[in-house]
Each structure stands twice: as structure tokens, then as C-alpha cells.
Design a binder for this molecule. Structure first.
Ligand code: NAD
Length: 416
């Protein structure tokens, strides 16, 4: 995210938190507590590169609020990481944990780097260096990292190993999103997409649209978008368009999802195989039942909100819709399932992984899915009810649900 975009995203998150607190009768003091993370650590990490020279990398770890319990949230490796972005993402994590009723507050980390231009060895040294730099602040009962954009289970494995060496005991509950053999959970890799699928199901029910034959458009074909396309196809929906950073592929009769998944590279790029594509902007405006932004921030804005032809929008990405666009979409009767609800499947199964690590007893994928469904369907119902009863849009309803637990916990601890 650019510096300005990150600032906009942080400002609009703060604005909505304030609105949610006011609606629930909390005062200005509570807003002052929750508008920023309690702690943000900036670190500089020396990494020996393959050419023998040392390069310095800057990283962050933000802990938004630990009134409910330890903080939890992913680590992003990306050239555009900024402090404001990490702060906003840590606040969103708090909201997601509140919505899913997990015993956590939100945290987030990021390192300014481009993994696409780094060797395997350089990435390993950076991952270990980041853990050494933040080790004082994190731990299984303090702050638990996880994967995010351009970090994966291999990076989690290196981080877990480094932390265990520093602490001198094996500590799988320090980090989630690990490979299964190192204490990862069944269903973690597909959890975000599986959760989005459950949310689509709930939204379709409210709009009386059958899933069989429903037309789905997905922006982004990485971890979230790719598995989502597969799950929707398996449920009988028709995935009519998908995109990557360079363009979109469209077929109104439905795309061959498995073929596209086979051809995709490890960064979710697919359009290089297709000479004729449409633009991302054109794709967002296609007539369809469900539009899923699953790529980056600020994709649905004042510029295109009144041209969107979807009946339902489910935000797999974080922050794809601006507040102004949310207002327009709501006025137009489009049902929007906001990011803090829609993509919380990842953190919920991360929580399951932490629970399994702590108890040393592991669950089947079916068990994970069943528990995930129960939490997400309950959360959807609560937020949809608040949306109708309090006459607020789905995003504000989600924020109201998300801040309630941490605000009450902070009050009971005597912080306010
Ligand atoms: P990813 O890196 O695996 O894939 C990203 C996809 O988006 C790729 O196909 C890429 O080509 C595409 N993309 C990048 N820039 C784009 C642009 N300007 N326009 C259109 N497409 C573009 O990432 P991911 O893990 O799938 O995450 C996608 C979104 O979902 C992010 O907002 C992330 O924060 C959110 N999310 C992911 C998870 C998860 O578990 N993966 C969990 C919660 C939220």
C-alpha cells in the first residue's frame, strides 16, 4: 500500500471504530484507547545476502490491544509495507478476533522487502532475523504471528525454529500457519477461502439466490482467490471471471478453474498465458451474482461503486472497498459482507492451531471445518441482525460486534 493509501485506510478504520463505539454508548476515552495500537516496534534487520554484502531491512510489529488476551496476527513481506498499514491491519485483527469471539487482541507485522527478488537462503536469513529482532515482544502467551501476504508455511517453519532456539524449548504455539508436520492445523492453508465460501452461502440465502449456477467474479487468484474459485466450483457455482495483477480472464459460460490453478505461478499470476484479457476495472463491473475482491485495498471506490452490477460483494481482501463506496453500495441494496467478517476464517483456524499446539492433540480436517462453520455462521447472524435492527450498514454492524468485547474487557480491567 502506498504511504497515502495506508494513511487513508488507517483514518477510515479509526473513523468507523469511533462511530461503532458511539452507537454502543462508549465515550471518547474508549476511542482514544482503541484508535491506535498500544505498542508498535520498529526494527532494522541486517541480512547477509548471497553476494556476501549485508543489506539492512526495516520491519514492524504492532500490538493493537491485549485487554482480551495475547495479540495475534500475520507477518507481511512486501516492498510497500508501511507503519500505518501495519497499524491499520493490527486494528482489523482486533475486530476479527472480537467478531469471532476468540481470546485474543489484534497484532500485525511487516517487513519492507520483495521476496520475488530474493533467494531461498536470503529469505530464510531475513525470517530468522525478524524473529530475533522482535523476540522480546512475542511468544505463545504474548503475541502470536502467522502468515500474510507473501509469507507462507515455510517461512513460519523457519520463524518457529528460530524462536525455539532462542527460548531453548520447542515452542510450536509461538506461531501459526506452520506445515502440518511441525504442528500446523489441518485446513489452515485453505481456511480463509473456506470461510469466504461459508459467508457467500449465508449471503446467498439472505438474497434467495441458489448457489447452483450462481455467477461468481473473483479479483485475485492467489491463496484466497484461488482456493475460493475451486470451492465455489465444487458447490456448483459458475466462476465467470478471475484476475491477477495484470488483467482478467472472462467467460460468461464459466471458466475451467482446475486448468487455471494448474497454470498459475506461485505469486497467483495467470494472465500471461492468455493473449486476450479484460482489465481489472472492466471485470469489477461485470453483471454477476457475487463479486469477491481477493487481491488488494481500495478497488471499489467512488469512481466505480455505482457501476458495480453484483448483487452480493464478499470482501476476501482486507480493505478493498472505501467508506464512500460502502455507503453507495448499501444505498443500492447490494449486500456487502465486510472484510473483518468475510476473511476471518484464517485467524479462526490459526486459533484452532494454537489450541491444538497447547493441548498436543490434533483434529481432523472435518472437525476443523465443522468448528469453523459454527463460529462463522453465528458471527454472520449476529452482524446481519445488528445491520437490520440498528439500521446500520454491514461494515458498521461488524465493527460494533468487533469492538464490543475488547472495550468491555478494557473497562473491566480498569483501563477506562
Ligand atoms: P496472494 O499474494 O496469494 O495473491 C494475491 C493475488 O492478487 C494475486 O493473484 C495477484 O496477482 C493479485 N493482485 C495483486 N495486485 C493486484 C492488483 N493491483 N489488481 C488485481 N489483482 C492483483 O495473496 P492472498 O493471500 O490471496 O491475499 C489476498 C487478499 O486477501 C489480501 O488483501 C490479504 O490481506 C487478504 N487475506 C488473505 C488471507 C489469507 O489467508 N491468505 C487472510 C485474510 C485476508
Amino acid at each position: 500500500m502506498s504511504t497515502n493509501d495506508a494513511m487513508d485506510v488507517l483514518n477510515s478504520t479509526q473513523h468507523t471504530i469511533r462511530e461503532a463505539l458511539i452507537k454502543m454508548g462508549f465515550g471518547e476515552e474508549m476511542y482514544e484507547l482503541l484508535k491506535e495500537p498500544l505498542r508498535v516496534l520498529t526494527v532494522r534487520i541486517p541480512v547477509r545476502m548471497d553476494n556476501g554484502k549485508t543489506q539492512m531491512f526495516t520491519g514492524y510489529r504492532a500490538q493493537h490491544n491485549d485487554a482480551v488476551g495475547p495479540t495475534k496476527g500475520g507477518v507481511r513481506f512486501h516492498p510497500d509495507v508501511t507503519e500505518d498499514e501495519v497499524k491499520a491491519l493490527s486494528i482489523w485483527m482486533s475486530l476479527k478476533c472480537g467478531i469471532a469471539d476468540l481470546p485474543y487482541g489484534g497484532g500485525k507485522g511487516g517487513v519492507i522487502c520483495d521476496p520475488r527478488k530474493m533467494s531461498f537462503g536470503e529469505l530464510e536469513r531475513l525470517s530468522r532475523g525478524y524473529v530475533r529482532a522482535i523476540s522480546q515482544l512475542v511468544g505463545p502467551t504474548k503475541d502470536i504471528p502467522a502468515p500474510d501476504v507473501m509469507t507462507n508455511s515455510q517461512i513460519m517453519a523457519w520463524m518457529f525454529d528460530e524462536y525455539s532456539r532462542i527460548r531453548e524449548f520447542d515452542s510450536p504455539a509461538f506461531i501459526t500457519g506452520k506445515p502440518i508436520v511441525l504442528g500446523g492445523s489441518q485446513g489452515r492453508e485453505t481456511a480463509t477461502a473456506y470461510g469466504v465460501t461459508i459467508m457467500i452461502h449465508e449471503a446467498l440465502r439472505r438474497k434467495n439466490i441458489p448457489v447452483e449456477g450462481a455467477r461468481v467474479v473473483i479479483q485475485g487468484f492467489g491463496n484466497a482467490g484461488g482456493y475460493l474459485a475451486r470451492f465455489m466450483k465444487e458447490k456448483g457455482a459458475k466462476v465467470i471471471a478471475i484476475s491477477d495483477a495484470y488483467g482478467a480472464i472472462y467467460n460468461e459460460n464459466g471458466l475451467d478453474v482446475e486448468d487455471l490453478l494448474d497454470r498459475r505461478d506461485s505469486f497467483g499470476t495467470i494472465t500471461k498465458y492468455f493473449p486476450q484479457t479484460i482489465s481489472n476495472n472492466e471485470m469489477l463491473e461485470l453483471p454477476c451474482d457475487i463479486l469477491v475482491p481477493a487481491a488488494i485495498e481500495n478497488q471499489i471506490t467512488m469512481a466505480n461503486a455505482d457501476k458495480i452490477q453484483a448483487k452480493i460483494i464478499v470482501e476476501a481482501a482486507n480493505g478493498p472497498t472505501t467508506p464512500e463506496a460502502t455507503k453507495i453500495l448499501t444505498e443500492r441494496g447490494i449486500l456487502l459482507v465486510p472484510d473483518v467478517l468475510a476473511n476471518s476464517g484464517g485467524v479462526i483456524v490459526s486459533y484452532f492451531e494454537w489450541v491444538q499446539n497447547n493441548q498436543g492433540y490434533y483434529w481432523s480436517e472435518a472437525e476443523v471445518h465443522q468448528k469453523l462453520e459454527a463460529i462463522l455462521i453465528g458471527a454472520f447472524e449476529k452482524i446481519y441482525d445488528t445491520h437490520l435492527k440498528r439500521d446500520v450498514n454491514m461494515r458498521l454492524a461488524a465493527y460494533m460486534t468487533g469492538v464490543r468485547k475488547m472495550a468491555e474487557a478494557a473497562r473491566l480491567r480498569g483501563w477506562i
